[in-house]
Design a protein around this ligand. Structure first.
Ligand code: BGC
Length: 621
């Protein structure tokens, strides 16, 4: 099926994309619309730490920009284009792993935590990148992968060469097999990428021997986090990068690390997203909303830890308290830890951001919320309530390198889920609809108090590539599930910088490590630069207004009177005008109350108000 083309110049043109004040004509307003007396969240104050309000942009180094012509992005490529991000108006970057790695999981299989893979450059290139970011006033967060290493890490190689029961084996999770001759895996745990989470090795004498645990690919053996040497090693790795000048770490699989005593069998299939099935239907079909999970109803926390005895065990918190002490030792400005923890319910997830642990944890509940106003209102309220209960900011996110981009997700009917990627054989999203909604979703997110993460390319409105040929796929998920799960390659395709150029300006080579779809040409940065109504200019406007109004530290109260299809709130802070945010998800255009001045709109405004799938920011005097 073909996707509908997106015209960046006409249908999605917003009348006001810079924070110029545009008055909507003839808005009589609705007398019943009023700000609720209940404040959902109290703001953090003007001198709040930088990370409480920061907008942080994720760079996936393989796919940002290639400097040496091998078709794979690298650190010098990133450095050369960093000014794109200062123009965009973000506060910080997070770099996915660039460390020495055989790339079995695109760098999330680290063989040396203190060096750069030649694919991406050298340590000197990392230093140059950090220095350039400093010049541009961008903070730098790097990825830390503590749950597992690569099987090519020196420690794992030593463990393989050593005998069962040796000190070397004790750094990883080696166990004897079950069955009469140890021929069965030690327990029933499955890998996130499919297949058993255990692999049996051949011992030095040529006999089949012990098994080792890998919650992900067999090339990603899990560390034994009960071992003090593992803990000491990671504290040393933190210091290594802090001493090089980084501002923090995004902590991969932060809910892993500690496994339940005795490694009991799991009761659930292993996933990262808590999202086991792709239910729902194509955009034109009916979706039974009752089939879709209620984000507030995440089940019993204790069941979850028993059902998956390798996720969210209480022991992880001791590790992060120790790391926090290391970071705090570096003084001001704060160096930060951000948890990638797919943990439910929210009351468990916020334990990672208690005052003596991490600073941020991705709000994956928000990311997974269907495009329905009551669901969004509910997740915003519950997220702020949960984060406030421990004094942390909420950390909003809509896209990253592990999920289908929100532009593409929103091109399906609300509630339709695509947790395992999209192939050409699947129902295709409506690309124009998805972009229209994605712009509204981002405008909603960036008006919320707290921190927000953006994923590279979303500022261009980039969709997933949904028709990659299977032979180019590199996500281990695809191979390990025999193609049952398509995997994450679709959101990882190299960025288009220059329309019409070879590899769309990604680098000197014609070909890129994943092929760019033809449609990426009209999303290229240079085609959107300065173009009225382009997604790039919309993001710039949103980020500029967010900064001007300090939205990240404001208070939030909801507005009543708009009915069920509209998310409406006020972001307020002392010393500035109140910002009214109206996200209309319904079919009927809604009007703004009297006395509003529109600052930014995610799409064209109707004469009489805010049309379907559009978010407006307005001063409410
Ligand atoms: C990363 C994935 C990676 C996995 C294993 C995730 O949290 O974001 O890209 O495959 O961890 O390291």
């Amino acid at each position: 099926m073909t996707q509908s083309a997106v015209d960046l110049t006409t249908p999605l043109t917003a009348p006001s994309i810079r924070p110029l004040i545009a008055r909507l004509p003839d808005l009589s307003g609705d007398a019943t619309v009023r700000e609720s007396a209940v404040v959902t969240h109290h703001g953090a104050g003007p001198d709040a730490a930088w990370w409480r309000q920061a907008v942080i942009y994720q760079i996936y180094p393989r796919s940002w920009a290639d400097s040496d012509g091998d078709g794979i992005g690298d650190l010098p490529g990133i450095t050369a284009r960093l000014d794109h991000l200062s123009r965009l108006g973000v506060d910080a970057i997070w770099l996915s792993p660039f460390y020495t790695s055989p790339q079995a999981d695109a760098g999330y299989d680290v063989a040396d935590y203190r060096d750069v893979d030649p694919l991406f450059g050298t340590l000197g290139d990392a230093d140059a990148l950090i220095a350039r970011a400093r010049e541009l006033d961008l903070r730098v967060i790097v990825d830390l992968v503590p749950n597992h290493s690569s099987d090519e890490h020196a420690w794992f190689q030593a463990a393989l060469a050593a005998a069962p029961g040796s000190a070397e084996r004790d750094l990883y999770m080696f166990r004897e097999g079950a069955g009469d001759a140890g021929e069965l895996p030690p327990n029933n745990w499955q890998s996130v990428f499919g297949g058993p989470a255990w692999t049996r090795i051949t011992e030095g004498d040529g006999q089949a021997g012990q098994w080792y645990l890998h919650l992900f690919d067999p090339k990603q053996p899990d560390f034994n986090w009960e071992h003090p040497a593992v803990r000491a090693e990671f504290e040393s790795v933190l210091r290594f990068w802090l001493d090089r000048g980084v501002d923090g770490f995004r902590v991969d699989v932060a809910h892993g690390l500690i496994k339940a005593d005795g490694l009991p069998d799991a009761q659930e299939r292993t996933t990262m997203l808590g999202d086991t099935v792709s239910d729902g239907a194509a955009v034109s079909d009916d979706v039974d909303v009752d089939d879709v999970d209620d984000v507030d109803d995440a089940g019993d926390a204790d069941d979850h830890r028993v059902d998956t005895p390798y996720w969210d065990q209480d022991g992880v918190h001791e590790v992060y308290r120790a790391w926090r002490r290391v970071l705090d030792g570096y003084g001001a400005p704060d160096r930060i830890l951000c948890a990638e923890a797919w943990v439910e319910p929210q009351s468990r997830a916020v334990l990672y951001v208690r005052p003596d642990e991490m600073h941020q944890a991705f709000n994956f509940d928000f990311l997974q919320t269907p495009w329905r106003a009551p669901d969004l209102t509910s997740v915003i309220k519950s997220s702020l309530r949960a984060a406030d209960s421990v004094g942390a900011p909420s950390t909003w996110v809509l896209s990253n390198h592990d999920v289908v981009r929100h532009t593409t997700r929103l091109g399906y009917a609300p509630g339709y889920r695509v947790p395992n990627g999209i192939s050409a054989d699947d129902a295709q999203p409506d690309e124009a609809l998805g972009l229209h909604r994605a712009r509204a979703a981002t405008a909603l997110m960036l008006a919320l108090p707290g921190s927000a993460y953006l994923y590279q390319g979303e500022e261009l409105g980039l969709p997933d590539s949904t028709d990659l040929p299977h032979h180019v796929r590199q996500d281990p998920t695809f191979g390990r599930t025999d193609g049952q799960e398509i995997g994450r390659d679709g959101c990882r395709v190299p960025l288009p910088w220059v329309g019409g150029a070879p590899s769309l300006g990604f680098g000197p080579a014609e070909a890129t490590w994943l092929p760019q779809p033809a449609s990426y040409d009209h999303y290229a940065v240079d085609r959107q630069e300065g173009a009225t109504g382009s997604t790039l200019e919309l993001y710039r406007s949103l980020l500029a207004a967010r900064r001007d109004l300090s939205l990240g530290t404001g208070s939030l109260s909801f507005v009543e009177g708009y009915g069920n299809d509209v998310v409406t709130f006020v972001n307020d802070a002392e010393g500035r005008d109140r910002l009214l945010v109206v996200a209309n998800l319904g079919e009927t255009t809604v009007m703004l109350p009297p006395g509003c001045e529109v600052i930014v709109a995610s799409g064209p405004l109707a004469e009489a108000g805010v049309p379907t799938d559009t978010t407006v920011w307005a001063r409410w005097l």
